[in-house]
Each structure stands twice: as structure tokens, then as C-alpha cells.
Design a protein around this ligand. Structure first.
Ligand SMILES: [Zn+2]
Length: 358
């Protein structure tokens, strides 16, 4: 792996990801996958929070929801020789699969998803993958299920077991001769609202300095950490997030979104370092300063009117979760508890209204 002489980041990073002026990070794969940096604990707080609320593990639902995303993500990322490899019920040579999987696993490691290794691949039967330091086992298992299904054109199931404290073996097993009827993801071409976010970028590799200064990438481990707080990050396809939330909503009903927003708000309120990093008395919009380099969205405005505080974010990676995030950040910054609500004024623009109570 080559590292940029100027900023120290792995050279391929800037080749694969583009930071745009509208607050998004877009992958340079053929589907222009949108990515968003989230804290791994944040993701787990959301998933575990729902599991606790339901009183059972939602891992199988996460895994199932991610399947189509994984299929699509890999399809668009696949190097040419894999794309030309026969799909369907023909035996694929294990060495070729292993070589290809290394490419994909490297990419995942660069995004902070941990390290993975194909242990075994038997065409038309099963595959076993060892994952170390995974950001989320059910998400990776979902990805793997999607890929195996896509390649082999069979129905599969996935399971996993812990083999060490942070190592898991995922087993993907053929269960039927036909893949399930594909639930096509709605792939409407997303139009982003234009923006004029300016991020200073490394001249050599074009990764923004705010990224290379804020996070440290241990590619061997597949782990991204915040340089100051040590918090672990992951760059997640925004679609994974959508797919899982939609899957959960379908399963648990309409109260699910507000539950997730509340969990996000609570997580930010309890963990954000914004209280120390943004001086009191700064313009309130500053608490969203990290949004553009993280791909969370474009924080276009924030203002105070009496007891109310308004925030406007364009191109949020998810309107409800970003509203929860803004609310929690504000609470962490001010040490107060607020009432919150949000509307999507026009598609792609979310307005969050906070109100101080008593
Ligand atoms: Zn650089």
C-alpha cells in the first residue's frame, strides 16, 4: 500500500472517494454510492437500542436488509475480471474467488469495516469468511449473502460465530436452488441540492485535510479512528442505513423511526465532544461544522428566535437521523434538554426546530 507523501493517507483513498461541495461523499464506483462517516458506537447504539426495545436481537433483520445493498455495492465495485466470470450454476474456481475477494476486502478495510479473509469457497454449496474487528457482523454477513447469491444464483442463509474476542467466522450456506424473488431496491437517481461547501484538500491525493487531520486509518486492521477522541469510525454506504431502517420499519411499524431518532439524539447528547471543541458563544451553526467532511450533509443555516432554535441541513444522509443528531449535538453543547421536531421543506432539505422547555 502506498501512502501520500503530503498528507500520509493511503493513496487509493482519494481515488475511490470524492468529497463534493454539497455535503456528500460519493464513491467513484459505477453506481456513485454515497458514503457517510459514522461512529461505530453510534451505529451499535442504534441497532442495540432497537434490540433492547424489542427484547430480541434484530441482527437477522439487519442481515436480510443489507443483502440487496451488498449485492449492488459489490456489483458496482467488481473488478473487470470478476464481472466477466460466469455467473450462475457453473463452478467457479476457488483461487479466482479468493483473489477477487481480497480486492473487495481491502476496500472494506479502507472504509473501516474491519479485516476479512475468505477461508473457504465451494461453488454451489457454501463459503466461510473470517472477519476481524468488524464494524457490524450482521451488516458484513448481509453483504456476503448478497454477493454469494449474486454469483451463484441460489438461495442462501447466513450465520456466524465468535471465535475470538473480536473475530468472527461467517458461514454462508446454500439453502435452495433458486435465489429469493429479488426485492429491487428503489434506485431512483438521487438529485442533490447544489452547495458551495469548500473543503481544503491535499493537492497530491485530493482527500480533504479535515479528513486526514480528523481520522487515522489503520489499514491492516481495517479500523478508522478519530485522531483526537480515539472514537472508531466507519464509512458506511448511506443505502445500508436506509435499507436497514426500512427493513426495521416494515417489521416493527410506524413508531420505529421516532425511536431511532431518539436513540441517535441520546447517543450524541451523551458522547459528543462538541462542548469542548466548539466554544460557547460561537455561532450555533458551528456545531455542525464536521458534517461536510463526514458526508452527513450540508449545514446551510442555523439561527435563534426567542426560545426556539432552527437548523437547516441540505442533502442529509437520512432526514430523521440527522435531525436526531442535530438535536443531541445542541443538547450536548448547551447542557439543556429541548423539544424537537423536523420537516423536509423540499426534498433534500431538512429543517429542525428545537424549543427550550421551561
Ligand atoms: Zn494526500
Amino acid at each position: 500500500m502506498r501512502y501520500c507523501k503530503s498528507c500520509g493517507f493511503p493513496v487509493p483513498y482519494g481515488k475511490f472517494l470524492a468529497w463534493t461541495p454539497n455535503g456528500t461523499i460519493i464513491g467513484r464506483d459505477s453506481a456513485h454510492t454515497r458514503l457517510v462517516y459514522l461512529e461505530v458506537d453510534e451505529l451499535r447504539a442504534l441497532f442495540d437500542g432497537v434490540s433492547r426495545w424489542m427484547n430480541f436481537s434484530i441482527d437477522p433483520i439487519i442481515c436480510r436488509a443489507e443483502r440487496e445493498v451488498g449485492k449492488r455495492f459489490i456489483k458496482t465495485l467488481m473488478p473487470g475480471f470478476l464481472a466477466r466470470m460466469p455467473r450462475g450454476k457453473v463452478a467457479r474456481p476457488e483461487p479466482a474467488i479468493k483473489a477477487t475477494s481480497r480486492f473487495i476486502f481491502n476496500y472494506m478495510a479502507g472504509l473501516g469495516m474491519g479485516r476479512a479473509e475468505m477461508v473457504e469457497y465451494v461453488s454451489n454449496s457454501h463459503a466461510r469468511v473470517l472477519v476481524m474487528n468488524p464494524h457490524s457482523v450482521p451488516l458484513i454477513a448481509g453483504d456476503g449473502t448478497g454477493v454469494f447469491e449474486f454469483m451463484e444464483r441460489v438461495g442462501v442463509s447466513a450465520g456466524w460465530e465468535r471465535v475470538k474476542s473480536d473475530e468472527f467466522v461467517i458461514t454462508i450456506q446454500k439453502v435452495s436452488d433458486e435465489p429469493p424473488v429479488e426485492e429491487q431496491l428503489v434506485l431512483a437517481e438521487i438529485q442533490y441540492l447544489p452547495g458551495n461547501v469548500e473543503l481544503d484538500k491535499c493537492q497530491k491525493c485530493s482527500v480533504p485535510w479535515s479528513v486526514t487531520k480528523s481520522i487515522y486509518l489503520d489499514l491492516e486492521k481495517g479500523v478508522l479512528r478519530h485522531s483526537q477522541t480515539g472514537m472508531r469510525f466507519v464509512a458506511l454506504p448511506a443505502q445500508s442505513f436506509d435499507a436497514v431502517l426500512t427493513g426495521l420499519e416494515r417489521e416493527f411499524g410506524a413508531e420505529l423511526p421516532s425511536l431511532m431518532e431518539g436513540l441517535e439524539q441520546k447517543y450524541m447528547r451523551e458522547t459528543s465532544a462538541v462542548r469542548y471543541s466548539i466554544p460557547q458563544g460561537s455561532p450555533v451553526v458551528n456545531i455542525m461544522a464536521d458534517f461536510p467532511w463526514m458526508g452527513i450533509g450540508n449545514p446551510v443555516a442555523a439561527w435563534v428566535e426567542g426560545r426556539k432554535v432552527f437548523f437547516v441541513v441540505e442533502n442529509p444522509f437520512h432526514p430523521g437521523i440527522v435531525a436526531g443528531k442535530v438535536t443531541g449535538l445542541y443538547e450536548a453543547w448547551t447542557g439543556s434538554i429541548v423539544r424537537t421536531g423536523w420537516v423536509e421543506e423540499v426534498p433534500g432539505r431538512v429543517k429542525v426546530t428545537l424549543e427550550h422547555v421551561a
